[in-house]
Design a protein around this ligand. Structure first.
Ligand code: BGC
Length: 674
């Protein structure tokens, strides 16, 4: 299909019609001229396909609900991100969906952001690598992706209008970086612009963002789609390189026609936008016949569980309270409704209708068998005060009479959601109070938390022995939690965002959510651990933290060459050994620290990571290759990445605050300024 030829046969009205949707989920077809329509649908942690029945009522089709992005990022496993992308691509194919609207790779600037469960990390490299892997997986099935929300949609509060004021260095190093990595590595078929303004201009009309950086600099060759209803001035958006306005907008055609007739947009601009759009439409349409139209829901449920098992993060394990020791523990009080009705995801456009849901309780009963007596009590029932009081007194009695208490708590359904932010990062006060009361009755108390983003646990954490952060782990998360508790699986997740002691400690606290017009990113590049580690602030749990039932030894670090020019590749090798007696996976993290710099640099920055699977006693070599990007910062005078000559520390850690190996490399810049 020669696209230029197709375009030459289209009238100006037909071309302008193509640049807005046909409806909420489909693009316009012009069949007589050979232009097909494609279908897009929400996700990204499963397919959310909205359909209409014969009576005209809308409903969401069932699909496998995988762990959400914040859980996927806790796996730090790019292979799993690719696998889940592939599985979701298969579900899209089977449901005639051509593009899944995801992944979302906005940086977690504040733990309050309601959509943090849909985003990967506070760190751009981790977010970028996971997004790239997910996109690769989806697109391997012939289905397209829409990387979103470009850019700086880091709060839901006032998201339609807020003006995010971000300095260029922070924009490049933190907020654009994950998009840059994903676009360059995996070439998403489309990018979705964000609702908000960036430095005064709506993202949908922001030529600097959509054209100069995305297209010209990064080589993006797909089309840009608006977030749903994000276009304010259609002609300006077209000129900025936004090809598709979604959903169908009555005003779009007239606005474009008027701008065309007034000479504000030219034939060339229209033709090139239509060409960029149709390139993808034809690519996706043409590969429809090659796509596999079936998928295996049980296989996908298993994959959802595999991811959940790698995501669930053991935050605290005093006296090795976990895994549950059958020889010692003869009775357990299981407390809290989420043991039976888990919270598997957050709310909003990402909400998937699951095919089935595992719950932790059923699996606990199976695993306890006849060896352990399980006594279950609800905790609070939101709808009844009296029931709640009764539940708590039953829970306390059971806790008192049992060898161990496991309390299931978390973010109530829709507490974390698109459209609004959390107002607090603590658990509700009555839940905190219940934890304290239960822990006072039973010294062997473990808390299991289902949530999509960091929780402040400071008022109760010292009173409990164990904390398992279960994230929103999708439809198979419940059974995965039980298997981690009983040690059928060794926890190997690590947090991809710092857990602060309290919200007041977070770097964006003073300026979030802004003044109703602007939100100033005054903390600049000091986001997440970059801030806490540079200024030596205490945190509840540092970035990259997560415990295991086994132990790992790191040794024999070598860095070659140890003196290099900025073009050289630096080879970092070390060995890691499982020194415990259970098979386990360790997430190893490589941070770079600029020891003497003329520019402000964070204490350390994550530049590489991987997950290593080791049997007891087994030892493996780990190798990372670093290029210039590991040492560079964005210099705003050069408007480019710049490496300064000098010594850089290579830090190999189990978390940002648990550095196990240190080495040096001297890098010589191509240009040093005085
Ligand atoms: C959300 C997008 C979503 C779109 C379509 C918007 O409100 O921000 O993430 O893909 O709606 O549902």
């Amino acid at each position: 299909m020669n696209i230029k030829e197709v375009i030459s046969k289209l009238s100006i009205d037909e071309k302008l019609t193509l640049l807005t949707g046909k409806d909420t989920w489909n693009t316009v077809a012009i069949e007589e001229k050979g232009v097909p329509s494609i279908c897009v649908s929400d996700g990204p942690h499963g397919l959310r396909k909205v359909c209409t029945n014969e009576k005209g009522q809308t409903f969401t089709k069932e699909a496998v609900c995988f762990p959400t992005a914040s859980a996927l990022s806790a796996t730090w496993n790019t292979e799993l991100a690719e696998k889940v992308g592939q599985a979701i691509g298969e579900e899209c194919s089977a449901n005639d969906v051509d593009i899944i609207l995801g992944p979302g790779t906005n940086i977690k600037r504040t733990p309050l952001c309601g959509r943090n469960f849909e985003y990967f990390s506070e760190d751009p490299v981790l977010a970028g690598e996971l997004s790239a892997a997910y996109i690769k997986g989806v697109q391997s099935t012939g289905v397209g992706t829409s990387l979103k929300h470009f850019s700086t949609n880091n709060q839901e509060y006032d998201r339609f209008h807020v003006n995010t004021e971000v300095d260029i260095r922070a924009l490049r190093e933190i907020y654009l970086k994950p998009f840059e990595i994903a676009v360059k590595k995996s070439k998403p078929t489309s990018v979705m612009c964000a609702y908000n303004r960036l430095n005064g201009i709506y993202c949908s009309e922001n030529k600097f963002l959509l054209n100069d950086i995305l297209r010209e600099e990064w080589g993006f060759d797909g089309f840009v789609v608006s977030d749903w209803g994000a276009v304010h001035d259609r002609a300006k958006a077209l000129k900025a390189s936004l090809e598709l306005e979604m959903p169908y907008s009555e005003k779009s055609f007239d606005a474009l026609k008027q701008a065309y007739e007034n000479g504000k947009i030219t034939d060339e601009e229209i033709d090139s936008a239509v060409e960029r759009f149709l390139n993808i439409v034809f690519r996706l349409y043409n590969n429809r016949n090659n796509r596999v139209k079936e998928y295996n829901p049980d296989g996908h449920h298993k994959l959802a569980k595999e991811i959940a098992l790698e995501a669930i993060t053991l935050l605290k394990n005093e006296d090795n309270i976990l895994p549950i020791k059958k020889e010692k523990i003869k009775s357990i009080a299981v407390i809290g409704n989420y043991a039976k009705t888990p919270i598997i995801q957050g709310g909003g456009s990402a909400e998937v209708k699951p095919i089935k849901i595992d719950n932790a309780f059923d699996r606990i009963i199976e695993l306890a068998g006849s060896d352990i007596e399980i006594k279950y009590s609800d905790l609070y029932a939101a709808w009844s005060h009296i029931n709640s009081i009764n539940n708590l007194s039953t829970a306390l009695t059971f806790a008192c009479d049992s060898d161990m208490a496991i309390i299931f708590v978390g973010s109530p359904f829709n507490y974390e959601s698109e459209g609004y932010d959390r107002t607090s990062i603590t658990l509700p006060p009555h839940i905190e109070d219940a934890i304290l009361k239960i822990a006072a009755k039973n010294p062997n108390t473990v808390v299991v938390i289902q949530a999509g983003s960091a929780i402040d646990m400071s008022s109760w954490i010292d009173k409990v022995k164990g904390v398992v952060f279960a994230w929103f782990t999708g439809q198979a998360g419940g059974s995965a939690i039980a298997e981690i508790l009983f040690g059928l699986s060794n926890p190997c997740g690590k947090i991809a965002e710092t857990f602060p002691l309290k919200i007041e400690d977070t770097p964006s606290y003073a300026t979030y959510p802004g003044n109703g017009y602007a939100s100033w990113y005054a903390e600049g590049i000091m986001v997440g651990y970059r801030y806490y580690d540079t200024y030596n602030k205490d945190v509840l749990f540092p970035f990259g933290h997560g415990l295991s039932y086994t132990t790992f030894e790191y040794k024999d670090l070598t860095i070659t060459p140890d003196t290099a020019s900025e073009e050289n590749e630096i080879n970092v090798k070390f060995r890691i050994k499982n020194t415990g007696n259970m098979q386990g996976k360790e997430i190893v993290q490589l941070y770079v620290k600029d020891t003497h710099s003329k520019a402000l640099r964070p204490d350390k920055e994550l530049k590489a990571f991987c997950k290593i699977d080791l049997k007891p006693g087994e030892e493996k070599e780990v190798e990372f290759k670093l290029d210039k990007s590991a040492f560079a910062y964005f210099n705003t005078s050069f408007n480019d990445w710049h490496v300064e000559s000098g010594r850089f520390k290579i830090l190999i850690g189990s978390s940002s605050r648990d550095i196990r190996l240190k080495g040096n490399v001297y890098v010589k810049s191509n240009f040093d300024f005085s």
